[in-house]
Design a protein around this ligand. Sequence first.
Ligand SMILES: [Zn+2]
Length: 443
Amino acid sequence: MDEDAADEYLYTNVLIVTCDAAHTIHQDGVLHVNAGKIASVGPASQLAPLLSRGIPAIDGGGRILMPGLVNAHCHAADCLFRGLIENLPLEAWLAQVMQVEKAVLTAGTSLLGAQLGYAELLLGGVTAVMDMYWFPEQNFAAAEKAGLRLAGGGIFFDGVGMDGVPDHERAERARTICREHRGSDRLLAGVAPHGTYTVAPDGLRAAWQVAAEENGFFHIHAAETRAEQETVRDRYGETVVRHLSHLGMLDGRTLLAHCVHVDEEEIGLIAASGAHVAHNPLSNLKLASGFAPVPRMLAAGINIALGTDGAISGNDIDMWLAMRLAATIHKAATGDATAVSPRQTLHMATLNGARAFGAGALFGSLEPGKEADFILVDRRAPHAMPMFDPINHLVFSAGRGDVRDVFVGGRQVVREKKLLTLDIEQIGRSLDGIRSSIAASGR
Ligand SMILES: [Zn+2]
């Protein structure tokens, strides 16, 4: 059968890791998809009547079938600058990043960068991404073409940013994006003010107002570095999270990227507000930002999602590496080998991400009524055998090379490791054409 075109189909002979609240696993499972949504999911023994109804069936060959991964913090188009600026402290690094972004970025190069990043994400089993970038309209165009679920929105940044948009136009631009995608389950819109050290309270208020009026998310970098905390304390007399709290900008629509430098009171403020945190372990390691207090934030009941940050702070945007780091670095950092369990980690990379997008009822786990966003993971690779606990395997041994098939909203976008929606050769040729100008901008 051509599962591309089928509206209704079954996946059989698969080990299903549902990532539901109870971490339910079906060793011999069946997934029933209808009109892009999950109609039912369960053990073959229970769903046997479905198999005799003549619904087209795909034999999953014993692979693991699990929800697509949710990348909760990314700057995908920064893949254009992968490996260009390395081995610098954060402030010097950021100054150079902004220099090359300013020199290279246009709507056209942003579209190319987003397509490059989304190809990498989809092939790595990511079906939804929160992408903060200078040309969000290009992100939406690229996501639509790629078949990726995107959460994106208007950037807020004081002064003229890399996109050339003046301050006074940002709110209207952000509002237009929200209105264009209102009601869409595939393209989720909100606002993305860069940070409290790059956006003054007036700009933050304008962003918040758009998010509140348009019912979108509010995604912001927060408490990533010590220097950022000192800058914000010098300017406003209080640290980043307290500043956001006093501005009334912590609630269920808020997604804070990083939260590396937060004290107990700030953890309490985030927890009480219902705001979400996107943890980015590789970026925090490589830029020497520090270790986010993930175990303490989890214990406080904060919804922690997982992200890769951009390829300029982590070189690739690999959610499997993010999972493995999230599940290991906090053990070393706290001296507690039980810190951040594999089950907590897998939820951070799936269901918690969807919740952080305000879309916990829409995707993030395999449950009836949700969007059919799922991936097939190889089980016959040497590093996958023997497999006693599939969740331990997915977090500690599996990698993106194991991802064979990817479906978003029931539609297949990767088949046997081949991306069906974007032409990677063509993307590569376009990159070849601008490679030397990107390299020159970094000097
Ligand atoms: Zn970031």
